[in-house]
Design a protein around this ligand. Sequence first.
Ligand code: C2E
Ligand code: CA
Ligand code: CA
Length: 559
Amino acid sequence: MIKTQLKFSTKFIVFSVVTFVIVFASSISYCYGYLENENRDLLTTITTRIDQFILLFIAIAILLFTLMYSFYRFVLLKPIGILMSNIEHIKNREFDYLQIPSNDDEFDKIAKNIDHLAAGIEAKERELQYIAEHDSLTGLYNRYYFNNILNEKIVTTKKDHSLALVFCDVDNFKEINDTVGHDIGDHLLVQIAQRLTSLVGDKGYLSRIGGDEFMIILSDIDTYDRIYSFIHQLHGLFDEPFTVDHHYLQVTISSGIVITDSPQVDVTTLYKEADIALYKSKEQGKNKFTIYAEEYSAQIHERKAIFEGIHKAINEGCGEFFLLYQPKIATKDGKSIKGAESLIRWESKKLGFMPPDKFIGIAEDSGLIIELGYWIIEQSCRDFLKMRAAGIEIEQMSINIASNQFTSKGFLDRVQEIIEITQIDPKNMEFELTERIIADNDTDMLETLHALQKAGIHIAIDDFGTGYSSLSYLQQLPVNRLKIDRSFVIDIDKGGAFNIVKNAIVPLAKTLKLETTAEGVETKGEYQTLKLMGVDDIQGYYFAKPMRIDEFIAFAHKQ
Ligand code: C2E
Ligand code: CA
Ligand code: CA
């Protein structure tokens, strides 16, 4: 554009000079032809003079034109040129190429103003770009930008080198938020981001991809040792507690790592695999790291199918589930049935028979156990009444309650509702809770326990001995029974956990006036040893496996 203007002005000047010379010369020669002979000498003299004059005139004109052109070129065109090129640079977002004019006339002022405006636009654009690429809380890269970096790093990783994607998640962040509040939770996340930044530095790329989740890319890794050492340092960052507004917060993280050396791998697959590895870490009890392996994918797949299966079965009215009952036999005569424990089974149309060990954990983790649990409680109560109606004098139906069902909203109301619907006497109900639930020492948990006891429902501590409940703590709890875990029962007659059961568990139960049931008794030797120790009841294959209600009734009639 500028060049065209320059070319145009040069042509214009040359054209003007040439026209002027031609017009001037032709007027002279016209005058010369028109005049008489005697006048021609005079004219020759005049024209000679005029020639000299013309030469001088042309010289002056050229000088003037040169001066004018220079003025035009440097004073008018140059600032316009700078303006034009600045505008062009602004259009192309090339803010670094903007020229600052040096004079102080109107053009320069316009150029400076444009430059000022451009600086404003540039600052705004940089700000918008920063917002688009960063997380507003921590200032780390956001998911969108991190995605771009990951895409780029996958293809640019050097040959024979690997790339690692590390997915970190703060353990129990929800609980932290719930106890100390969201503001403190936010500050904690900022401090976590700072610690992570101090480790990652320029060794990789760090992002907060949402909530309490962070991701790190380590590229061009030549040895796996580098990854192990990095992960070790990563978890080590959380050894020291965090201090936020006078709160001391001991925090841990779990991480999942996926390593690849393929430039063809897609980002979605990497994310999915890192997520699976992270899930594995959480499953192993948190504060753990897991490096992704192919077999995890199959496990996750199975878990998903089980979850969907339970969900569907519950929605369809729990028809695929059924309960088995295992009798609790009194040691005093080795015969009378004191109670029964209800144990769930699932005959899935799609997945086949599923033992509880395979699906209860998934139902608990997903919260599906809550709805399923109410079905179990109601069905157990109905079956208990059927057993009674069949003439079996049992005292109690023991029902397993998952921890998240026990602490769920409205638990007491739903239990009350079931009591009313089934018309069971609450005294005939016993809830089995694991030590994990009561070890929480939470006021809501204590209130629920007391309310249940007030309603007349008995409480048994399941799998007793595997948790950490202390004697003094147990004393404060409204508990009726300890169920001695099978791990203490195995081979107790041959040594086993003989001393622990005889000298610790049984005396503890007697002191606290709690009944005792030993679980998983398989042999006569185990049974007799436990009986001698003073254990009240026995549950186990030695007497009976868990049975369907009609088998249970038949078994009881034979006793
Ligand atoms: P648990 O509550 O400790 O149940 C006792 C488990 O030991 C049952 O396994 C039972 O079949 C098994 N068992 C009984 N006697 C013997 C024995 O002599 N030897 C051996 N080796 N095992 C014996 P099951 O039915 O497979 O249940 C496993 C776990 O699943 C239960 O452990 C309980 O934690 C959970 N579960 C089962 N049914 C329910 C339920 O209805 N609700 C909830 N929340 N959890 C349940
Ligand atoms: Ca149990
Ligand atoms: Ca148990």
